[in-house]
Ligand binder design. Sequence first.
Ligand code: ADP
Ligand code: MG
Length: 291
Amino acid sequence: ATPMSVMVGVGRAAEYGVLIRNAEAMQLAANIDTVVVDKTGTLTEGKPQVTTIHAYDTDESQLLQLAASLERGSEHPLADAICQAASERSLALSVQSDFEALPGYGVAGNVEGQRVLLGNQKLMTQHQIDIAAAVKDVQTIAEQGATPIYIAIGDQLGGLLGVSDPLRSDSVAAIERLHQMGLNVVMLTGDTEITANAIARQAGIDTVIASVLPDGKAAKVAELQQQGKRVAMVGDGINDAPALAQAEVGIAMGSGSDVAIESAQLTLIRHSLHGVADALQLCGATLKNMK
Ligand code: ADP
Ligand code: MG
């Protein structure tokens, strides 16, 4: 690799909105065979919206009011969606206390003297909440590719929300490009299996690793590497950073967290998976020119 051709390659990549950390990163990127993509904010728009409300005891407004009162303590994109839905309905939020963020599970706290738990099935199982009443509604929500969020009030299931985060409009075409380049594409997500599979089907991805805890993503990348795969990991969140660092090539989406960008070898200015195809193609072409 002559320094001159690397510099030219780095310059060309920049024109495509791809920032390459160094020559070594370019070399590694040219030899990738597997692209692992985070779901939320990478494949999807990352602007989830509440699309379904099921209140089992209370009414819908009361349920949403309670959920938003708790979630205003959280910075998770799902929390934003719930707070926005409450604000669209002009619901006045209550004071909460003892708030706890439970990464990979949800949130917990007290609202108006009631203990409220909000999150996924793992969280409900952990606290022995009976979710039988929600099974059918959960199935419907998840099969549409939306995320089911359970709300327990005290030790009873109070309701269920469906939050939908659609694919980016160009994700399908970008995935197809990666496949045409001969690359395996794998989705890695903390979301539940059925939801992840539905989104993967829409995106044209056939390998899904779902229900992964935030600190388990790097281990999943390492497993693929142990199988002999050379992995590029694409993500944008703070909790993607260790997985970006573990991969041969970490690729951060530009509008992502600073931590993700610091852990990555490549940064994409545009928030599009086409940037991944551009980056891998350019790195491959640059190295080929040098041989
Ligand atoms: P991702 O891989 O999509 O970034 P996370 O690890 O952030 O996933 O979250 C995994 C799952 O944990 C979510 O799909 C959701 O079910 C649950 N969860 C985490 N934080 C929250 C929250 N603040 N509100 C509701 N659910 C949450
Ligand atoms: Mg994420």
